[in-house]
Design a protein around this ligand. Structure first.
Ligand SMILES: [Ca+2]
Ligand SMILES: [Ca+2]
Ligand SMILES: [Ca+2]
Ligand SMILES: [Ca+2]
Length: 363
């Protein structure tokens, strides 16, 4: 009988184990791992970036067609003959603020083998291009920690350029770059900030979702809970629907579809670069349709009346990229989370001495 029971338990274990394997829904070729985390900073995370292919080398594309139906060509707007493709995005912040982290992602849906995809040219405000080589390859995406380059440069604010991304041209091509910046700003609320990168193709069932789990924070015990979720992905199309980004705080029973003025709940991945519900125009080229490069920072505050989306004292949340109908294939490679947390209680100890050096501090 004991043997039967052991066999039964082993069978149950194997069943649960196999079930856990098939519930890894998306076709994740590079598992998502945490790239950056700070458990407390007065500051914020932002993402700047751009596509580097379009329907013209020097004119923004503002139509609503998919990249699949456009003869995609290199964008090249830096007036520099030594680069074959180039695009820029602007970062603006107070000069008093301090960069604590900067991470650059670049990549393409397809690229000729003849070019070195791991190396690109990177230009920070007031400087010339420098060659940088990826720290890691994340399937079609390349990543380099550029904190040293960005944090030591002055000014911090200005145009950031990336050039010579290895990519194919022609229909269905898509390529671009995203620069994640975490900065200290004493005027900002205290936040927990975390980023994950990997590579996951969300497409038809059964590869129709990927989850990002955030923990290691506690939201304030009272008052409104504010924060932002960021995402970057290849191959989101404006003209194909069904793709969503969902959010669920641990204390809530259900997922809620995120949306804002530029990103629909049922067409979240739409070839747009947006921040807080608006197109980011400080880019060159500044196409409203990037033809396959999605990059968004979505403000949770508007979706959180009465803390209905994420509440006080919350310690975990899950972000889900999904497509239940399989209309649009999404290649997600970056997810970011910033949430306000309890302000630390500052204990200020003042010591005062008289002119003879005697302590006259009163406690
Ligand atoms: Ca050029
Ligand atoms: Ca497409
Ligand atoms: Ca879409
Ligand atoms: Ca697509």
């Amino acid at each position: 009988m004991k043997t039967d029971l052991q066999t039964k338990r082993l069978t149950q274990f194997l069943f649960v184990f196999l079930l856990s394997l098939v519930t890894s829904y998306a076709q994740t070729t590079t598992p998502f791992t945490q790239r950056y985390e700070t458990q407390g900073i007065n500051g914020d995370l932002t993402i700047i970036g751009n596509s580097i292919l379009g329907d013209s080398p020097d004119t923004p594309y503002n139509g609503d067609t998919q990249n699949n139906f456009i003869d995609m060509v290199f964008v090249d707007v830096d007036n520099n003959p030594n680069t074959f493709n180039s695009s820029s995005a602007r970062f603006t912040t107070s000069s008093c603020n301090r960069i604590v982290y900067a991470g650059l992602y670049w990549g393409a849906v397809s690229a000729p083998a003849s070019l070195d995809p791991e190396t690109v040219k990177f230009k920070v405000p007031g400087r010339g291009y420098q060659d940088i080589t990826a720290d890691v390859t994340i399937d079609l995406i390349y990543y380099k920690d550029v904190t040293d380059i960005v944090a030591t440069n002055s000014p911090i604010s200005g145009d950031y350029w990336v050039a010579n991304i290895s990519t194919s041209e022609g229909p269905s091509s898509a390529a671009g770059w995203s620069l994640v910046i975490v900065y200290e700003d004493p005027t900002e609320t205290r936040k927990y900030i975390s980023t994950f990168d990997g590579f996951s193709v969300v497409q038809d069932s059964p590869n129709n979702q990927v989850d990002f789990n955030y923990s290691g924070f506690t939201t304030p015990p009272s008052g409104p809970v504010e924060g932002r979720v960021g995402v970057a992905a290849l191959e989101g199309d404006l003209g194909w629907y069904g793709d969503q980004m969902l959010f669920k705080a641990d204390g809530n029973p259900n997922f809620t579809a995120l949306y804002d003025a530029e990103n629909e709940a049922n067409n979240f991945f739409n070839s747009k670069i947006t921040e807080n519900g608006a197109q980011v125009a400080d880019r060159n080229l500044n196409s409203t349709n990037t033809l396959g490069w999605d990059q968004k920072l979505l403000n949770l505050t508007d979706l959180n009346p009465g803390n209905s989306l994420i509440g006080n004292g919350e310690t975990g949340a899950t972000v889900r990229v999904t497509n239940d109908v399989g209309g649009d294939w999404i290649y997600t490679f970056l997810n970011t989370f910033a949430i306000n947390i309890i302000e630390p209680t500052l204990q200020v100890i003042t010591s005062v001495e008289d002119t003879s050096g005697n302590q006259i501090t009163h406690h």
